[in-house]
Design a protein around this ligand. Structure first.
Ligand SMILES: *[C@@H]1O[C@H](CO)[C@@H](O)[C@H](O)[C@H]1NC(C)=O
Ligand SMILES: *[C@@H]1O[C@H](CO)[C@@H](O)[C@H](O)[C@H]1NC(C)=O
Length: 453
């Protein structure tokens, strides 16, 4: 009971401080007639508040731990003080260790499909794939071309002549039916139609059991094939995974661990695309409802994702060189061109990847993140006010505080279906000034908010 009262006093002091500070703050800033200044001060202020809440929480945790030690047998009244585990620790499946039969099973054929249209520069992509492909039988390359572009077709044929790739062509060159107001997005309708054609070929005609999907403007890393071949087993055995991607949306050199991060892999609730692998089982599910356009954002919607995650690397295994494409060149100039391609190859077949299985990962990874000391985004950015080394957690509570922290730190700040890029249970991991940092929601996080965009 003593602790309960103490808790109440702490809560009361805190609340009074908040109210007082807010009143003073409001008066002060009302004098300034500048909306922008007020807004940014407010954001800073909210961040301060969040830190305060977290610190209160830590105090609360210490106190309740003490209480548990003092009265381990006590029941009833005091149980309300017992902290709940972070919601992320709940498991979606009872257990899923990598099945031995999958690990030791027959060698799988893992084709790569390259989607192409009117870019003769596909030569660069194909040369990269051929350069690093360890085995032509195990990794057949299929080039699917739309657009019937002559110069590009000629380039592709130069590879089929040497039997290096299989060449298929999307036959339907009619103009897609586009709703009024979306005519400028016609390209996206063609792409979705092309993907449907190509993936049907891979799975229905060629009867493959999985595929790696790339586009004609991607460079691949030397360990691209090792990465996909070794994570295939994970994808097959963990039903809470639905893809493996080679791409880190925050994979700029200054945001990843360039020294030791090359082996590091993550689970991600955000579908990254840009070099990705799926199984036939997933295609069986997606094909009947494949959309007419914007297939990637469609994939990211909850009806398709169904709470499943992708594996993604710390350091990307693909890089795009395609500034000119259907999506705008501005995005390329601002973000895509800075994504670092891994140059220190890893032999993933010799690595123990069990840590990525959901049951293990959700216990270890999430528990670790929420056990870390807390820091504010400005302090992390300045990197001078943190009196210790090692990983930290930056908490966020609202869409706006996420965005302002992301902007400050140079992370992608957008959401798709409420999920921030690279996010897992809302947590975004990155590496800045030699330190691992997790931008993470409150520990009682209950799921993504679809209104965050
Ligand atoms: C397709 O492959 C599966 C095994 O992956 C096999 O059981 C099936 O018979 C094959 N179908 C055809 C038509 O070749
Ligand atoms: C692989 O790692 C898991 C933990 O993630 C561990 O339990 C297991 O024993 C490891 N296996 C081997 C063969 O080292």
């Amino acid at each position: 009971m003593k602790y309960k009262r103490l808790g109440l006093i702490v809560a009361f002091c805190f609340t009074s401080w908040v109210v007082l500070a807010f009143v003073i703050f409001n008066e002060n800033s009302a004098k300034k007639n500048d909306v922008e200044i007020r807004k940014s001060s407010l954001v800073k202020y909210i961040q301060e508040l969040e830190l305060q809440i977290i610190q209160q929480e830590e105090t609360y945790k210490i106190l309740s731990d003490k209480l548990k030690k003092l009265a381990p047998e006590t029941k009833g009244d005091t149980t309300i003080l017992v902290l709940e585990e972070p919601s992320g620790l709940q498991q979606r499946t009872p257990s899923s260790t990598i099945k031995q039969d999958v690990l030791q099973g027959a060698e799988i054929i893992l084709p790569v499909i390259v989607f192409s249209c009117n870019r003769p520069d596909i030569r660069r992509s194909l040369d990269g794939l051929l350069k690093y492909r360890p085995d032509a039988k195990k990794f057949p390359i299929i080039v699917s071309q739309d657009c019937a572009h002559g110069a590009t077709a000629e380039v592709i044929r130069s590879y089929t002549d040497a039997s290096q790739v299989t060449y298929i062509q999307q036959p339907d060159q009619s103009e897609p039916i586009v709703p009024p107001g979306e005519t400028k997005f016609k390209g996206y309708f063609k792409i979705a139609r092309h993907y449907l054609f190509g993936l049907k070929k891979v799975f229905r005609t060629f009867n493959h059991s999985a595929v790696i999907i790339v586009e004609d403007d991607l460079d691949v890393a030397p360990d691209f094939f090792s990465y996909f071949a070794s994570t295939y087993h994970l994808l097959k055995s963990d039903p809470t995974l639905w893809c493996v991607s080679a791409w880190n949306d925050n994979g700029k050199a200054r945001l990843v661990d360039m020294q030791q991060g090359n082996q590091l892999l993550y689970r991600s609730d955000f579908f990254p695309g840009l070099g990705w692998m799926i199984t036939k089982e997933l295609w069986d599910e997606l094909e009947p409802k494949w959309p007419k356009s914007y297939w990637d954002d469609w994939m990211r919607r909850p009806e398709q994702r169904k709470d499943r995650a992708c594996i993604r690397p710390e350091i990307s295994r693909t890089r795009t060189f395609g500034k000119i494409g259907v999506s705008n060149g501005l995005f390329f100039d601002k973000h895509l061109k800075y994504i670092k391609l891994n140059e220190m190859p890893v032999d993933f077949s010799s690595k123990n990847l069990s840590y990525l299985v959901q049951s293990t990962y959700d216990t270890d990874y999430i528990r670790n993140v929420y056990s870390l000391p807390v820091a504010s985004a400005p302090d992390v950015r300045a990197n001078t006010k943190l009196p210790f080394d090692g990983p930290v957690r930056i908490p966020y509570y609202t869409k706006d505080t996420f965005k302002s922290a992301a902007k400050l730190l140079g992370l992608m700040d957008d959401f798709k279906s409420g999920v921030p890029r690279t996010g897992y249970h809302g947590i975004v991991s990155f590496f800045l000034n030699g330190r691992r940092i997790y931008l993470a929601p409150h520990s009682s996080w209950k799921g993504y908010d679809l209104t965050w965009s």
